[in-house]
Design a protein around this ligand. Structure first.
Ligand code: IVH
Length: 735
């Protein structure tokens, strides 16, 4: 079949289509990464993105450095170039008094410096978070990101543009919105950081690589180190795989010579303006007062500047608040101190800034610090303590985890007595030994971790930790599969630790929710052999319960009542309660929704399981293996016989996909899609795509130069969709 691809002309239509695609992709990326409000499904975004790639492959002259395709990294450098900041990157005075007094003294100092007497109302401040990452200077020329540099010595930094371009939250091109202009030269100041969940996931991946024997890989001590390492990666492909984020909090140079003559300074995205006018060796023009320029843009205070940054498309943390006087600062410091543990990223304090830009100018600078801002710290999230012992704990799936027992230490807002060492490799790599002085870190809700050993303090007679050869609870052999990092107890349900954990998981709130069945009671029940499996829970009676130590009649009947109540459950809870490896709560929900009934899940093949949302090969294999064991089948049958039940639900596999049961044929050349992408998009919605038109065809999708299939469709009176109608069809079923 003839496909018209190469030697095509770059017509105004193609150009317009390209511009439109770029604008759409930029908008969707902003919604997704900055606003966290996506309006299309990932798959649709992919379709648009692939179309853009195709167009750029066909017409390379279209591509400019602010194209969304230019984020993936690729360049490998020998060293980083030193570049001069347009305006010096200042540091900030730090108030080390972590009590509220720190805020009070800052306010007192400001009132004095501004010569405000007691009758003057409270000073207005912006209170912000102090992000624990690394400072970054982003230079935008005519709205396009042309350089990113680290702080360095404040005057010169290292150019890390290629790495910074991979951060999806950072716009390659600023948005123009309303009457707000984008200055011709604009330096954005902000913090590159790594979110806690991203950090944990990265370290998990790193641990796996190490376990698989990859040399030169390591885990990272904390999110800030991980972020700093990624920013200073000479290979930008590696940087692209590190999940970095960004918050903007200020500006450097703001220069606006053309502001009146040309309000939309970068209205034509496809023109390679940047390369043409900047050349290789350029520096940001020095600007005397950025506050003066901001004020001529109508931005009169710092909070309005933050709003402007947002309007230009930059991520700004939404905790930033306007507050009044010392009282407002103290309140903010306290509120964020409490919120700190639950934030998705690390902060090491808060920052207070005088809101009015003209007052900032009046206050000026002392050496390299502005007088109008201060950082107010929180107590550290890392502390030193001593390792009293190293225990090995047995998890629900038999995983053996070495845990350092610590001399109690107050860190990150709680007293920590245990810290996980993850697995043998981690424990050996960190070489934590009994008696060592260690640095413990606890940030947010993350489990406490030993990040390092103070080797100078190590006792001469200390010995390296060794993983036991046998399960410390049941004595079964401890095994480690190739390519896995963890040792497991091979005892299965013979191991009382595994049994206890499995029962505890089964009864937990998000599983069967057996409220009165606590951990202590489960220990007692298993230790006295009153129960062997979760099914035995439903065979307990009053007599067996009251015969336990410290068990009164009243609490025994409460326990029985909550066991009874748990019989009425849902399929997803039940699935989750079974404790299938890799099946967490959300996967259990997805499985339940997709299949609707347990028997279909039990008999599903790996291929069928792979069709479920978010189920990959590892999960599919684990589900298959679980149900293949007769022990599990027996257990499930017993539970059902004992009265565990759930309401029937409608399987998504049968109903939810909007185009299920429909058949499409694609013909001719589509401008916006490769044939395979169009096919995949339809299939994701449940449709079949066939090669030939018949009476059963739902519709023919006809691109340019459609031939005999179009004739046949017309003859058979099959519906015909042109490309626009096809796009509309996809959009109508967007998630
Ligand atoms: S303002 C002229 N605001 O703290 C004032 N700095 O400055 C310049 N930092 O490494 C800094 N969060 O990167 C400011 N909301 C925030 C900040 C912040 C973190 C960092 C900054 C620098 C250090 C001291």
């Amino acid at each position: 079949m003839p496909m018209k691809t190469d030697a095509a002309d770059l017509t105004p239509e193609v150009q317009a289509h390209y511009d439109e695609l770029r604008a759409q992709l930029a908008e969707h990326a902003h919604r997704y990464y900055v606003l966290d409000e996506p309006s299309i499904a990932d798959a649709q975004y992919d379709v648009l993105y692939q179309s853009l790639e195709k167009l750029e492959a066909q017409f390379p002259q279209l591509m400019t450095m602010d194209s969304p395709t230019q984020r993936v990294g690729g360049a490998v450098l020998d060293t980083f170039r030193s570049v001069e900041h347009g305006q010096a990157m200042l540091s900030i005075r730090t108030e080390t008094d972590t009590t509220p007094q720190g805020a009070v003294s800052f306010d007192e100092r400001m009132r004095k410096e501004l010569s405000l007497d007691d009758s003057h109302p409270a000073i207005e401040y912006v209170a912000e978070l102090k992000f624990d990452g690394l400072a970054m200077n982003l230079t935008y020329f005519k709205g396009v990101l042309v350089r990113a540099a680290t702080r360095g010595d404040g005057l010169f930094g290292e150019e890390v543009t290629q790495n910074i371009r991979t951060i999806r939250q950072i716009p390659l091109k600023l948005k123009t919105q309303g009457t707000l202009t984008v200055p011709k030269w604009l330096e954005i100041r902000g913090e590159v950081y790594m979110g806690r969940a991203d950090f944990e996931a990265l370290n998990e991946r790193q641990r796996l690589k190490i376990a698989q024997g990859l040399k030169n890989e390591k885990t990272f001590v904390n999110p800030r180190n991980a972020a700093a390492g990624a920013v200073r990666q000479l290979d930008s492909k590696i940087a692209a795989q590190r999940p970095l984020s960004f918050f903007a909090y200020g500006v450097g140079v703001v220069l606006n010579p053309e502001v009146d003559s040309n309000p939309l300074l970068f209205s034509s995205p496809h023109q390679p303006v940047v390369e043409e006018t900047l050349g290789d060796d350029w520096s940001v023009p020095k600007a005397s007062s950025s506050n003066q320029s901001l004020m001529s843009l109508g931005i009169k205070d710092h909070f309005s500047l933050l709003q402007a940054l947002k309007a230009w498309g930059l991520p700004v943390a939404d905790q930033a608040t306007v507050v009044q006087g010392a009282e407002g600062l103290v309140q903010f410091h306290q509120a964020m101190g409490e919120a700190r543990a639950h934030l998705p990223f690390d902060i090491d304090g808060v920052v207070y800034k005088v809101n009015r830009l003209d007052w900032q100018m009046r206050l000026g600078f002392v050496t390299r610090e502005p007088r109008w801002a201060v950082a107010h710290k929180y107590p550290a999230q890392e502390q030193m303590t001593t390792v009293l012992d190293i225990d090995v704990q047995v998890g629900r799936t038999g995983k053996l985890t070495p845990v350092a027992k610590l001399k109690p230490v107050f860190v990150g807002g709680v007293t920590v007595t245990n810290a996980t060492l993850h697995n043998e490799l981690e424990a050996t790599r960190k070489d934590v030994r009994v008696g060592d002085t260690v640095i413990v870190r606890r940030a947010g809700d993350v489990i406490p971790e030993v990040v390092g050993v103070v080797l100078e303090d190590r006792q001469a007679q200390s010995v390296p930790f060794k993983m036991p050869l046998y399960c410390p609870v049941c004595g079964s052999l401890a095994v480690k599969e190739a390519l896995e990092a963890d040792h497991r107890c091979s005892g299965g349900f013979l191991c009382s630790a595994q049994r206890k954990q499995a029962i505890w998981h089964f009864a937990s709130k998000r599983a069967m929710d057996i409220e009165d069945l606590g951990e202590k009671l489960i220990d007692q029940l298993v230790d006295t052999k009153s129960i062997q499996s979760v099914a035995d829970l439903y065979r307990l009676d009053l007599n067996s319960l009251v015969s336990l130590e410290r068990m009164a009649q009243k609490s025994a009947s409460n326990v029985l009542a909550s066991i009874e109540a748990s019989k009425k459950t849902t399929l997803s809870r039940f699935l989750y309660a079974l404790g299938i490896r890799h099946v967490g709560e959300s996967t259990a929900k997805d499985l339940a929704m997709h299949f609707g009934e347990l028997d279909r899940i039990r008999s599903a093949s790996e291929e069928e399981l792979l069709l479920v949302n978010d189920v990959g090969p590892v999960v599919a294999k684990s589900v298959r293996e679980f149900f293949a064991q007769s022990y599990h089948s027996d257990l499930i049958e017993q539970l059902q016989v004992l009265g565990v039940h759930w309401p029937k639900i409608q399987a998504q596999a049968d109903t939810q996909l909007p185009l299920l049961g429909q058949t499409y044929v694609i013909t001719g050349t589509l401008a916006r899609f490769a044939r395979d992408d169009a096919k995949a998009a339809l299939e994701r919605l449940g449709a079949k795509v066939s090669g030939s038109v018949s009476k059963k065809t739902t519709a023919l999708i006809a691109g340019l130069e459609a031939g005999s299939k179009l004739d046949k469709a017309i003859a058979l009176e099959v519906k015909v969709l042109d490309e626009d109608a096809f796009v509309a069809l996809l959009q109508a079923h967007a998630a």
